[in-house]
Write a protein that binds this ligand. Structure first.
Ligand code: RFL
Ligand code: PHB
Length: 395
């Protein structure tokens, strides 16, 4: 016996992309149901992004999600790059683009989204097992899943695949249709969270020992990362070893200002670039990490999920209001233009700021020269600042 319900848009994945889409659709009078594989607690405990582009901040405010962000987030005018043996350099997004950025954790955004969905009576089904979209090229698509031992079905007009890189949505697009582009990097990031006052800027450090990054969540919560080998084990990195290594990779004056303390979270993430094209297959639309992954060096992943959701919610809203499919038809191309720009910036910053195994002296000099050029040229700085602050959404 299969229990069936109906909605306009079935959303697979209750991460930031899926929740934000469902939130905006409801504001525009469109019904959706979110299916999430994990428990809500699990989703809320994941620690990930921290840097929001000006466009992301503006959109969150516009859809009524700005109050806590504006109270607790940390607006800033860009981030710093520190370079072993060179003076520090600031990516001044305020000066070159007039746009500020915001440090506000993905965990907090996800909490805000769950609170907003709950307040509006939004339906989010967590611990949904074996989620499968069906009949995506027909006029009657549907999604099946299992919950509490029973099989269920949601009939819908459209399916939004917001289920991240390991989700099911992308995998149902036939191989003859889907093109994928991928690059794996030979290292990962070992990250810790500590209840200590953060360093004054978000600061990316290049060092011959490897990359390091100082970031923040709030005035008493800091986030730090160091580049690590792919076979690194957390057990080999007690806090004191992490702090020693982190400080060894930043300039002396910066190291002296880092307030260390016990970590409250520690994790390792491999770095990867991945783009899937197209982002639409029949009635299925992919958004966020389900369609693309960028290495975190440019702080773009969550921001791209938000811009995808902006384009997709606009397309669905126009369809339900007017019956026109212009934006739905253009969704994949429009979203992908922004995705490729962010993919290129994230790749470029990753190549610039990390130490690669078996690098030749020539490659090292190229990197150094790239940095010197950046530091000396206002044009180069303006270009980096424009991309780091985030390109505007297309009209
Ligand atoms: P998510 O967050 O992965 O959510 C997908 C959700 O789908 C669920 N799911 C399923 N549900 C039902 N059925 C299935 N078969 C399912 N399979 C999966 C999952 O449980 C999950 O809840 O994707 P979404 O929503 O597209 O959001 C993307 C962002 O999470 C991601 O891009 C960012 O976290 C990337 N990122 C950063 N982005 C930024 O913009 N700025 C940053 O500063 C930044 N820092 C980072 C980052 C990612 C990092 N890691 C861990 C890779 C720093 C790190 C270390
Ligand atoms: C973070 O705060 O987690 C963070 C900041 C900047 C990045 C990536 C992650 O580029």
């Amino acid at each position: 016996m299969v229990t069936a319900t109906r909605t306009q848009v079935a959303i697979i994945g209750g991460g930031p992309a899926g929740l934000l889409l469902s939130h905006i659709l409801q504001r525009n009078g469109i019904d959706s149901i979110v299916l999430e594989r994990q428990s809500r607690r699990h989703v809320l405990e994941r620690i990930r992004a921290g840097v929001l582009e000006a466009g992301t901040v503006a959109l969150l405010r516009e859809v009524g999600l700005g109050a806590r962000m504006d109270r607790e987030g940390h607006p800033h005018d860009g981030s710093a790059i520190a370079w072993e043996g060179r003076s520090r350099f600031f990516i001044d997004t305020k000066k070159f683009t007039g746009r500020a950025m915001m440090a506000y954790g993905q965990t907090a955004i996800t909490e805000d989204l769950y609170a907003a969905r709950d307040a509006a009576g939004g339906e989010i089904i967590d611990q949904a097992g074996n989620v499968q979209p069906h009949e995506l090229t027909s006029s009657r698509p549907y999604v099946t899943y299992e919950k509490d031992g029973s099989s269920r079905r949601i009939d819908c007009d459209y399916v939004a695949g917001c289920d991240g890189y390991h989700g099911v949505s992308r995998s149902v697009i036939p191989a003859a249709v889907l093109r994928t582009y991928e690059k794996s990097y030979p290292f990962g990031w070992l990250g810790i969270m500590s209840e200590t006052p953060p360093y004054k800027d978000i600061c990316y450090c290049y060092h011959s020992r490897g990359f390091a990054l100082a970031s923040r969540r709030n005035p008493m919560l800091s986030r730090y990362y160091i580049q690590c080998d792919l076979d690194t084990k957390l057990a080999d990195w007690p806090d004191d070893r992490f702090w020693r290594e982190f400080k060894a990779r930043c300039p002396r004056d910066m190291a002296d200002c880092i307030v260390s303390g016990p970590s409250i979270e520690k994790s390792i993430a491999p770095l990867r670039s991945f783009v899937a094209e197209p982002m639409r297959y029949g009635k299925l639309f992919l958004a966020g990490d389900a369609a693309h992954i960028v290495p975190p060096t440019g702080a773009k992943g969550l921001n791209l999920a938000v811009s995808d959701v902006f384009y997709l919610s606009r397309a669905l809203t126009e369809f339900y209001r007017t019956g026109r499919t212009r934006y739905l038809d253009g969704y994949s191309d429009t979203a992908l233009r922004r995705v490729w720009s962010a993919a290129r910036l994230s790749w470029w910053l990753t190549m610039l700021l990390h130490r690669f195994p078996a690098e030749t002296p020539f490659e090292e000099r190229m990197r150094l020269n790239q940095f010197d050029y950046l530091q000396a040229s206002e044009h180069a700085q303006a270009s980096l600042a424009e991309q780091y602050a985030g390109l505007p959404f297309e009209a």
